[in-house]
Design a protein around this ligand. Structure first.
Ligand SMILES: Nc1ncnc2c1ncn2[C@@H]1O[C@H](COP(=O)(O)OP(=O)(O)OP(=O)(O)O)[C@@H](O)[C@H]1O
Length: 319
């Protein structure tokens, strides 16, 4: 899409503080054309602040933010960016259709209003007044405004807040259609399952820092997001050798307990369950009731943010 640099957006060592709070802390990040990217993080991680900086709504204290090789303002004026933010009131005295029509008109590459109403799934509420909508309906109107024109980048800040499950599903189908049309999509979310199922890249922000960047599979693997569980029975020979179990490929955690009947229950946290299980058999162990379960992105996320907290407190105490 002719960005010149092949970069949709770039943060280069960007920081932003509010008083003593470092909302964004040395953020380096490049978004490439066609990516669907989830920005994941707990409350106060700096997601909204990062999106505000990206859209030029706030200026960084240091570092630079580029959109399509220029300033955010230039990209927005050229109609290359559509955004759906958390806050900011919608005009009140108008009907949904009027608001959407206006958004289409002012966009340099605006779509036909009826098409936008359909895309956002709000044809049925087009004649309602904007200030009489439910939270979920209001979110869909915001989405319509974000896709009123042919944008190259769509930025959404916690877009599904207030939507019920079925509306949420419809919403993501509409969003996926945008991504399939070649648009770059960046969305902030608290919902790990959204990041897992929709994004092809997941960024984890924690206390203003980017602490993980990869596919959801990579992030799960990094946190040791598989659990291998089995029993070792005394009658089968070899007793559990903790050193051996710890040395299995991919092992990041080990828990062995022994029941009164002498059966050992083993639980291993692993980044590579396939290799771990193969090595178990190779070592001559006879695991009974073998189970491999996925801990999911939620667990990975907690592990990664927890690791970060530990590292920080170690750094603090070393000072
Ligand atoms: N205008 C502001 N004035 C002072 N502090 C602010 C302001 N905006 C954000 N902060 C603080 O900066 C930090 C990051 O906030 P931000 O809203 O970017 O996080 P977030 O990840 O979007 O959180 P949430 O999921 O709750 O929306 C928080 O500690 C927040 O309290």
């Amino acid at each position: 899409m002719g960005t010149g640099t092949g970069e949709v957006a770039a943060f280069r060592n960007v920081s932003k503080s509010y008083g003593r709070v470092k909302a964004v802390n040395g953020l380096d990040l490049v978004l490439r054309p066609g990516e669907t990217v989830a920005l994941l993080g707990p409350n106060g991680a700096g997601k909204s602040s990062s999106l505000d900086l990206l859209l030029g709504l706030r200026e960084p204290d240091s570092g630079t933010v580029e959109l399509f090789g220029g300033t955010p303002r230039e990209a927005i004026t050229a109609g290359r960016v559509g955004a759906m933010l958390q806050s900011g009131g919608l005009m009140s005295d108008v009907k949904v259709r009027e608001l959407v029509t206006l958004a289409c008109k002012v966009h340099p590459k605006g779509h036909a209003p009826e098409e936008v109403l359909t895309t956002a799934g709000i044809t049925e509420i087009a004649d309602r007044r904007v200030d009489k909508l439910s939270g979920g309906q209001e979110q869909r109107v915001r989405f319509a405004l974000a896709v009123a024109g042919a944008n190259d980048l769509i930025v959404l800040d916690e877009p599904t807040t207030g939507m019920d499950v079925s509306v949420r599903r419809q919403f993501w189908a509409a969003m996926r259609a945008q991504a399939d049309a070649g648009r770059t999509v960046l969305f902030a979310t608290h919902y790990l399952e959204e990041a897992d199922s929709i994004a092809d890249r997941v960024l984890v922000l924690h206390k203003g820092r980017l602490i993980a960047d990869g596919s959801s599979a990579e992030i799960k693997a990094r946190a040791g997001a598989r659990r291998i569980g089995f029993e070792l029975h005394p009658s089968d020979g070899r007793a559990p050798d903790e050193a051996l179990l710890r040395s299995l490929p991919g092992t990041v955690g080990l828990d062995v307990s022994t029941r009164t009947d002498g059966v050992h229950t083993v639980r291993i946290r692993s980044t590579d369950a396939d290799a771990g299980v193969a090595a178990l058999y190779k070592a001559g162990l006879y695991p009974r009731g073998l189970e491999v379960t996925s801990l999911g992105l939620e667990q990975a996320f907690l592990t990664i943010t927890g690791e970060q907290d530990r590292t920080e407190s170690e750094e603090e105490s070393a000072r």
